[in-house]
Design a binder for this molecule. Structure first.
Ligand code: GDP
Ligand code: IMO
Ligand code: MG
Length: 403
């Protein structure tokens, strides 16, 4: 069992490596988070963005698991399934959803927006994706969430009663009006399409698959983890390797590989400290070369340099067995490449490495990389004590060095 885990603030390129690795696995799984994720893959020049289904879903016939740790926005899931099925990639006959995953309702999204407005008045909004993630996990922690098991045996009346009972409270607390009919219609439709996908067996189908080669697609990333990230500027789930096991209900000893994904530089969407952030011309150059605009919200990503202490932390927390360093090609035109190695008086301390000033786009062998790029990779390996096994040299499926 292998997990692919983001080592920075998300958008490292997890989707791409998942898509590449899927053919070597029997099952693909997502463990936590929801449609705040945006995982992009580029196949034959065509871009596909996944929010809830794992990015490996383009590979037909591989069973897909959505774990208990997820919060699932049903219209988004149905849309993703429809898109694939229109392209004649069958999904429902191989989709297995934990009955314990939580349903993310429209009112969760509205509460998310209301809370962000409230926070911004205090000057410190988180900059969430407004996909309702925090409020859905709030309900889960309050033990009043409504779970996917409901879809297997849907009773509209019961859901109406349950949601109506919450209406006044939600209005009073957040100024959000819960539209019971709309919410119930969505669940009813989803139930008619997905009932057979809900894993309600005594021994869940998920566990029956232990022993098979399972590939777990992490969502969000280590620095966004609710416990270990840059709190409170984090997401509301556990995004680490341990979180992935918890979210799926797999035993720790089942995990044999953890691939940490990190860009050759760094980006962040939303608020919070970003020590090695660069603004102005350099920041814009990285953004444009890297196409750093959110896959979920379209927001411009904040850009900056690699920060080694974060990679060391991610290696420690997740027990990384190797790295996938992505987007090396984005640095092709830099004269010098600063790498944050420490913090002093609130400012980053940089080691400056010489740039390679040559195109690495599409390079597929380590030996074909310029010496400076090889040294850059070797420095990451030395400082994190984790080998770099994969290096991204472009967004396309084939633009990857396997070292
Ligand atoms: P994820 O959320 O971790 O799956 O990453 P996103 O899909 O949100 O963002 C990564 C972006 O970088 C996507 O647009 C990818 O197509 C692109 N990408 C991934 N790897 C590479 C790479 O090695 N080079 C370049 N230039 N782009 C890449
Ligand atoms: P993937 O899986 C980048 C960020 C948001 C915000 C904070 C909280 O594509 O890497 P939330 O909506 O989760 O309550 O927002 O977390 N965030 C992400 N940033 N990539 C993601 O996912 C993210 N998911 C959440 O921008 O700062
Ligand atoms: Mg993303």
């Amino acid at each position: 069992m292998t997990a692919v885990i983001g080592a920075q603030w998300g958008d490292e390129g997890k989707g791409k490596v998942i898509d590449i690795l899927t053919e070597h696995f029997d099952v693909i799984a997502r463990a936590s988070g929801g449609a705040n994720a945006g995982h992009t893959i580029v196949v034959d020049g065509k871009k596909h963005v996944f929010h809830l289904l794992p990015a490996g879903s383009l590979h037909p016939k591989k069973p897909i698991f959505l774990g208990a740790g997820m919060v699932i926005h049903l219209p988004t899931l149905l849309e993703e399934i429809e898109t694939l099925e229109k392209a004649e990639i069958e999904v429902r006959d191989r989709l297995i959803i934990s009955k314990s995953a939580h349903i993310l309702f429209e009112f969760h999204k509205e509460i998310d927006a209301a809370l962000e407005t409230e926070r911004s008045k205090g000057g410190a909004s988180i900059g969430t994706t407004k996909r309702g993630i925090g409020p859905a996990y709030m309900d889960k922690a309050e033990r009043r969430g409504i779970r996917m098991g409901l879809l297997a045996n849907f009773n509209k009346k019961e859901l109406q009663v349950e949601l109506n009972a919450r209406k006044d409270d939600i209005q009073k607390r957040y100024g959000v009006s819960l539209n019971t009919d709309q919410e119930c219609d969505i669940v009813e439709k989803a139930s008619s399409i997905l009932a057979s996908c809900i894993d309600t067996d005594v021994i869940p189908r998920l566990h029956a698959s232990l022993g098979k080669r399972i590939l777990i697609e992490g969502a969000q990333a280590t620095l966004l983890d609710l416990d270990h990230g840059t709190y409170p500027f984090v997401t509301s789930s556990n995004t680490t390797a341990a979180g992935a096991l918890q979210g799926l209900g797999f035993p720790p000893k089942a995990l044999t590989g953890v691939i940490g994904v990190a860009k050759a530089y760094c980006t962040r969407v939303g608020g919070g400290n970003f020590l090695t952030e660069v603004t102005g011309e350099t920041g814009n150059r990285l953004r444009e070369r890297g196409g750093e605009y959110g896959a979920t919200t379209g927001r411009p990503r904040r850009c900056g340099w690699l920060h080694l202490p974060d990679l060391q932390t991610a290696a420690a927390i997740n027990g990384l067995t190797c790295w996938n360093i992505t987007k090396l090609d984005v640095l092709d035109e830099e004269d010098v490449i600063p790498i944050g190695i420490a913090e002093k008086n609130g400012k980053p301390v940089y080691k400056e490495m010489p740039g390679w000033k040559t195109s690495t786009v599409g390079v597929t062998s380590f030996d074909a990389l310029p010496k400076q790029a090889q040294d850059f990779i070797a420095f990451i390996e030395k400082e994190t004590k984790v080998p770099v096994s994969l290096i991204g040299t472009g967004p396309g499926r084939e633009q990857m060095i396997v070292k």
